[in-house]
Unconditional design. Structure first.
Lengths: 419, 202
């Protein structure tokens, strides 16, 4: 697929811009801070209605404006579709598909598929687990917009439960220090009963069981979806790694689940690493495991005021030639792994069941300046055949020869086609 | 923002800004609208505000808004005493009444369990609900809390609490927009959700 037309209103630094973009390769060139990333970010936003740079929508609305509008005409094979999203600073976003309003914003998500390569991608390898979780979750939402609801519910439950643990924990430790009594025994696993009198102080704790159940239900679905995704990505990432790097050693992906690691010491036969992956696909089983782990960890969770188990504590494992990438791989190898993860997303999104749009839009935001000559050449050759490649660079020399194509100059908010 | 205005105007902007959903910009806009409005119209608005506080209170039985000791629904002898529909807010009663699907009684909790906002079960009218159930007349409790995380948590908590009391506990069927507010569901969807309610305690 490709985006043939793009119109922005009050998006980031742009009061208004309208562009016709050709299929094939297009470079946006201009000095830093002129709005190149802002431009490609708007196209990336249409994929999952989230930005690759920020977690919240607020920075996307131009300073001083109330709402931003991104409108794109996408060519999917023979079919043209028009996606329009209004990003509101204060209230819920609104979307239109082919000029008709949709009941739920996410019905318009995933029409424009894209994969964004950015300098921040190195954090996929070197950063904390939250970066890798976000990589998986954003890809999930792009493939199955429905999963966005599960993810949002999970995050909400997590915040509520954490808040409850903090206040209940504070009450508990306050009571303990006043009376010097031993820690309270774990609450009755059967939960609250009708005859139990309501007592203000234990009020908070009585609802913890309910939040445990909510966390387990949403958490198990999110875990299963991520594990399924990792299984699909695994061969694609390994193949992509072999193509971008000349180095020896295979890239191996794994899903490290906090629920699998939180098993009691006396759990039967320690499963081999990755061996329990199959089990993580069974939502009911994972839900039960999460509940079991939370009841076991409850004293610790109350003491620390954090949720210790669930998909928010999981990680995407990256292993190169048997060694974890983080901490072992060289800078160049780390870049190869990061590129391999993005290339794997591209392959996955392109060949998805039920998707007939062909190649996702490939966005390369300022990445070539980060790479050494060999990786540059290899990456350029790998992406060049895609139906549409949008790249940004500060100077024309940063655009690899293999990616010669149309060119826009971006300067002071003006976007001008020069070639 | 209101610091830029003086005296009465600043006070009005500040008061308006405390209303739900009204930010500083809207508060300013409403204030200047009022300034340019006919005195009679403004007097009617002021009177409506004073009257609502003077006349309207909360029903002693169900917690719905009422103009006397009991609300219109609790006072209506034709309503079915064996069913109680539990909702978060009085506005949810209005939404369900619009569907004409339900002829029983209501119980308004006054919110949902929400640890972030410091709302626990003891801050809701749950004890009053238990008292109403004690007489044994009620045979079904329909939980119609909002279809979002907090509403679900409240429903789950109530169903555990009521499980041992010998009443059937049901929840509105799914199909309501997830993550939303009950009051925004359209009549047909909400009506269907009522017909297709499911047992929670079975
Ligand atoms: N919400 C916003 N409102 C106004 N300006 C913004 C907003 N967000 C970013 N900018 C401006 O956009 C510029 C950065 O644009 P960017 O696309 O990142 O530049 P580059 O061309 O280097 O990729 C900065 O000057 C920044 O101040
Ligand atoms: Mg940039
Ligand atoms: Zn009443």
């Amino acid at each position: 697929m490709h985006v043939s037309d793009l119109a922005l209103n009050d998006f980031r630094s742009y009061p208004e811009v309208v562009l016709a973009i050709p299929p094939g390769i297009t470079a946006f060139v201009g000095p830093n801070g002129q709005g190149k990333t802002n431009l490609v970010e708007s196209i990336g936003y249409l994929a999952s209605f989230s930005s690759h740079r920020v977690a919240s929508d607020a920075p996307l609305v131009r300073q001083g404006a109330q709402r931003a509008v991104v409108r794109a005409r996408a060519q999917l094979g023979e079919r043209a579709r028009i996606v329009e999203i209004e990003i509101n600073a204060g209230s819920a976003n609104r979307a239109r598909l082919d000029r008709a309003p949709v009941a739920r914003v996410r019905e318009a998500a995933g029409i424009v598929r894209s994969v964004v390569f950015a300098p921040e991608d190195l954090a996929l390898v070197k950063g904390d687990p939250d970066v890798r979780r976000r990589y998986l979750d954003d890809l999930l939402v792009q493939r199955t917009p429905r999963i966005a609801a599960v993810r949002a519910d999970y995050e909400r439950v997590l915040r509520q439960r954490t808040s409850l643990l903090k206040s209940a924990g504070a009450l508990r430790s306050g009571r303990r220090s006043r009376t010097a009594a031993p820690p309270a025994p774990p609450p009755d696993p059967d939960g609250p009963t009708g005859s139990e009198p309501t007592d203000g102080r234990s009020g908070a704790l009585r609802t913890l069981d309910v939040w445990d159940a909510q966390l387990a239900a949403a958490g198990a679905r999110l875990i299963a979806a991520r594990v399924e995704l990792v299984r699909l990505l695994r061969p694609l990432a390994a193949a992509a790694y072999a193509q971008v790097s000349s180095a020896q050693g295979d890239l191996e992906l794994g899903y490290r689940a906090s629920v699998a690691q939180a098993r009691p010491d006396d759990a039967p036969d320690e499963a081999p690493p990755g061996g329990c992956e199959e089990e993580l696909l069974a939502v009911d089983l994972v839900e039960a495991r999460l509940l079991e782990a939370m009841s076991r960890l409850r004293p610790k969770e109350l003491e620390r005021g954090v949720c210790l188990v669930g998909p928010h504590r999981d990680d995407l494992e990256l292993v190169l030639g048997g060694l974890p990438v983080k901490g072992y791989a060289s800078h160049g190898e780390s870049w190869s792994v990061a590129l391999a993860l993005r290339l794997a997303s591209f392959d996955l999104l392109r060949d998805d069941d039920g998707w007939s749009g062909g190649d996702p839009v490939l966005i390369l935001d300022d990445v070539f300046a980060e790479l050494d000559a060999r990786r540059r050449t290899r990456l350029a050759a790998l992406v060049a055949p895609a139906e549409q490649v949008l790249l940004t660079a500060a100077v024309a020399e940063d655009v690899p020869e293999e990616l010669d194509g149309a060119r826009f100059d971006v300067m002071g908010g003006e976007v001008t086609r020069v070639r | 923002m209101s610091a830029a205005y003086e005296g009465a105007v600043a006070d009005l902007i500040a008061e308006l800004g405390r209303l739900p959903g009204v930010g500083p910009k809207s508060a300013q806009r409403i204030a200047f609208h009022i300034l340019s409005t006919d005195s009679d119209d403004v007097a009617r608005l002021a009177d409506a505000l004073i009257q609502v506080k003077a006349r309207v209170r909360f029903c002693a039985i169900c917690g719905n808004v009422a103009e006397s000791e009991q609300c219109r629904i609790c006072a209506d002898p034709r309503r079915n005493d064996t069913q109680i529909c539990v909702v978060e807010e009085p506005r949810d009663v209005v939404a369900i009444e619009r569907t004409r699907e339900f002829r029983g009684r209501y119980h308004v909790l006054g919110g949902a369990i929400n640890p972030i906002d410091g709302v626990g079960p003891d801050d809701l009218r749950i004890r009053e609900l238990m008292t109403r159930l004690a007489s044994g007349v009620v045979t079904e409790v329909i939980i119609a809390t909002d279809p979002n995380v907090e509403g679900e948590a409240t429903a789950a908590y109530l169903s555990r609490l009521l499980g041992s009391m010998g009443v059937a506990v049901t929840r509105l069927a799914s199909g309501l927009p997830v993550g939303g507010d009950l009051e925004y569901a359209d009549e047909i969807t909400l009506g269907r959700a009522f017909e297709g309610r499911v047992r929670l305690d079975a």
